[in-house]
Design a protein around this ligand. Structure first.
Ligand code: AMP
Ligand code: GLY
Length: 428
């Protein structure tokens, strides 16, 4: 079969890498892909937001299955468009993808179905938001309603920060229409965790647990990023906690969406804070995490194509997932300056050392081919990923691999996995 993967990041390289191992797959295309993906797939120059262009390509090249990486095309309705043209595609419909596309919608669903989440007020008037914030006081979290490339949530420690955030979102419109409405949310405290499941709208199968490192600097300091590294399993997500998250959060949302006439098919990702009162949702994503995918998918022993087909055909319960016992760690190498401005086009050296490496995988994110050379082309450049005997050995292995890789301005956190090391790995 011919498979099209949409996207160009580390998550998409991971998906392409995994799909390329399926005996059912003859050829993979990726739109638009990156230099690493180009080793496994034919890269097509169509951007993920051009859903009509993607449908045209899938029709003309007789693609048997399309797998969507990022949220934007899902929120734009790529699944509905493909299905209306009898094209097979994996992901939630536009109506279900609103769970990420609108934080207001997501909050309303959580409140309606009793899912624990941060208390919040919704505003479409700047003045009213300002009055509320002044009365409430810091800390609080200001969130743009719509998609904002992962930058739409501002954790404000002072009143001044909160007022500035509302002004930037509602008056300066830094996120455009996405900031027409905002949420002003109570600030939650506790450790963050990512809980990611496969669901066909009725049956739900959790993926192996994982944890991301969102902040740019060691010790979880500095501004938020797309994610600087991840590991799986996450010892914090014990079996009991996993059960609780399924019962109190995932199942009510999946059932709730079904009863709203928006059945959810695909990968559902709950961003959680584990508070003293238990797990609470800070956001839903309608796709795999990045870099969580890089740490989770290498541990998946099943054929991903089988799982995807089961989900599309609504028979997920028939299959239970099989995970590699070994932990997996992904360390993101970024361009100096990220998540702010950074330069592109730096030569990356040392990659060829790993072409036959066992249990080290280099997942490319912002990379580009220039002749025979591989250059940096984004903020997050590479996800250096290792599988190992235990969490300590795995972390060491990934850091040893990074030593061999270089580009001007390479930056990576030195403490990826530190929480798992502190807690000691518990399998799930
Ligand atoms: P989001 O875009 O909703 O994932 O938020 C980005 C980041 O902001 C999260 O990973 C958290 O670190 C932080 N955050 C979001 N909502 C809250 C909240 N209610 N309380 C504390 N931190 C939050
Ligand atoms: N790693 C965070 C995300 O995928 O949204």
């Amino acid at each position: 079969m011919k498979v099209l993967v949409i996207g160009s990041g580390g998550r998409e390289h991971t998906l392409v890498w995994k799909i390329s191992q399926s005996p059912k797959v003859d050829k993979i295309y990726c739109a638009p892909g990156n230099a690493g993906i180009a080793e496994l797939a034919e890269c097509i120059d169509i951007t993920p937001d051009d859903i009509n262009g993607l449908a045209g390509f899938a029709l003309s090249d007789q693609i048997d299955l399309t797998v969507v990486g990022p949220e934007l095309p899902l929120v734009e309705g790529i699944v509905d468009l493909f299905e209306s043209r009898d094209l097979r595609i994996f992901g939630p419909s536009r109506q279900a993808a609103l769970l990420e596309g609108s934080k207001v919608f997501s909050k309303e669903i959580m409140l309606k179905y009793g899912v624990p989440t941060a208390g919040a007020e919704i505003f479409s008037s700047f003045e009213k938001a300002k009055d509320y914030i002044q009365a409430k006081g810091a800390p609080l979290v200001v969130k743009a309603d719509g998609l904002a490339g992962g930058k739409g949530a501002v954790v404000c420690h002072t009143l001044d920060e909160a007022l500035k955030a509302v002004e930037a979102i509602m008056q300066k419109k830094i996120f455009g229409e996405s900031g027409k409405r905002i949420l002003v949310e109570d600030c939650l405290f506790g450790e963050e965790a990512s809980f990611i499941v496969f669901t066909d709208g009725e049956n739900i199968v959790p993926m192996a647990s994982s944890q991301d490192h969102k902040r740019i600097y060691d010790g979880d300091k500095g501004p938020n990023t797309g994610g600087m590294g991840a590991y799986s399993p996450a010892p914090m997500i014990t079996r009991d906690l996993s059960e609780k998250i399924m019962q109190e959060i995932i199942r009510p949302v999946v059932n709730g969406l079904a009863s709203e006439g928006r059945p959810y098919k695909g990968v559902l990702y709950a961003g959680l804070i584990i508070t003293d009162e238990g797990p609470k949702v800070i956001e839903f994503n309608v796709r795999c995490g990045d870099p969580e995918s890089q740490a989770v998918i290498p541990r998946l022993k099943n054929d991903l194509i089988d799982i995807i087909n089961d989900i599309i055909d609504g028979r997920l319960s028939a299959r239970s997932l099989d995970w590699d016992e070994r932990p997996c760690v992904c360390i993101v190498c970024a361009s100096d300056g990220y998540p702010g401005s950074y330069q592109k086009g730096k030569l990356i050296s040392g990659l060829q050392e790993f072409s036959n490496a066992k249990d080290i995988i280099l997942f490319h994110a912002g990379t580009k081919l220039s002749g025979q050379e591989i250059m940096t082309d984004g903020g997050r450049v590479l996800g250096v990923t290792a599988l190992g005997k235990d969490i300590k050995e795995t972390i060491d292995k990934a850091y040893q691999a990074i030593e061999k890789i270089d580009f001007e301005g390479i930056y990576y956190r030195k403490d990826i996995g530190y929480r798992a090391l502190e807690k000691g790995a518990i399998k799930r």
